[in-house]
Design a protein around this ligand. Structure first.
Ligand code: SF4
Length: 286
């Protein structure tokens, strides 16, 4: 479990990006970004010609970066980089101020961010790319990695709605996937995140992801049968190696009050049932 990640931390293995052909990966990521088909929205924005995509991202903007102590125990302290903009439109997003308002971030030159990472790498266990969503910023991330000689493991903290082409690139640079697996069916994903074909794409990418993985599942009120249990069943059958963080911290934020099923806190009984179900079917609950 998380063998490669721990080996990188102990110096027995190198982070994947240090052996990757970053120039070639950057070129491929730039090609995929205009017309953009980095994620399965495939909105086709001509980002090199100044068109913002569905996610609102043109060039990378960073909302914050800091040493995060609130991630899973294996990951902290984690040097976390929050990008603005997201390809999902979750009505309950807790980071809605940056995910849905990509202008709420600052452009930071790759040299500057690389320098900042170098200054902190000996105090952090990993570099954690998140948002919003990191996917629209893949070329920028590689550009930063090209400037980085610190042997810090890379965490891809994502909704996993990438295209296969983007997944192939991310596989070359990622030591640990930290995935957000929310929905157990397409109807809930479309209604609450405006995401089509969620199940097919996100399960496919959990199988395409090479290497270590931690899966996060946020338990939504009233979604145990339609989402939590199908997600856990799928993990048990398909990624039994992955520890799962069954998350209880749902709060009805942003536009959740317009959706009666999720317009309340999660009940303790719902969370207890979710964790019990996971353990009963043999999931490694973190
Ligand atoms: S990453 Fe953004 S710009 Fe690219 S296809 Fe997805 S929504 Fe469109």
């Amino acid at each position: 479990m998380l063998d490669h990640y721990h080996n990188v931390l102990s110096g027995k293995e190198r982070p994947k990006f240090t052996d990757a052909d970053l120039n070639s990966l950057e070129k491929r990521a730039i090609e995929l970004s205009s017309p953009c088909r980095l994620c399965e929205r495939r909105c086709g924005a001509l980002r090199l010609k100044g068109e913002e995509g569905f996610c609102g991202v043109l060039k990378a903007r960073i909302a914050s970066e800091f040493l995060h102590f609130g991630e899973e125990r294996e990951l902290v302290p984690s040097h976390t980089v929050f990008f603005s903009g997201c390809n999902f439109k979750c009505v309950f997003c807790q980071n809605w101020d940056i995910s849905q308002y990509p202008e709420n971030g600052e452009p930071v030159e790759p040299d500057e961010l690389a320098e900042c990472i170098k200054n902190r790498w000996d105090r952090s266990k990993n570099l954690n790319w998140v948002g919003g969503e990191p996917t629209p910023n893949l070329a920028y991330i590689i550009s930063v990695l090209k400037r980085l000689d610190a042997p810090v493991p890379q965490v891809w903290n994502s909704n996993m709605y990438l295209t296969v082409g983007a997944m192939e690139i991310v596989n070359e640079i990622t030591d640990l996937y930290l995935t957000d697996f929310k929905y157990g069916n397409d109807e809930c994903a479309l209604r609450l995140s405006n995401v089509p074909e969620y199940w097919k794409i996100v399960t496919r990418n959990h199988l395409l992801a090479e290497g270590d993985m931690i899966i996060r599942h946020l338990v939504l009120p009233n979604h145990l049968e339609c989402c939590t249990k199908p997600v856990l069943n799928w993990i048990k059958d398909n990624r039994p190696d992955a520890p799962v963080n069954v998350m209880a911290q749902y709060r009805p934020e942003y536009m959740a009050m317009k959706y009666i099923d999720i317009d309340r806190e999660l009940r303790a009984s719902e969370y207890i049932e979710a964790v019990k179900y996971a353990k009963d079917i043999g999931i490694r609950v973190m």
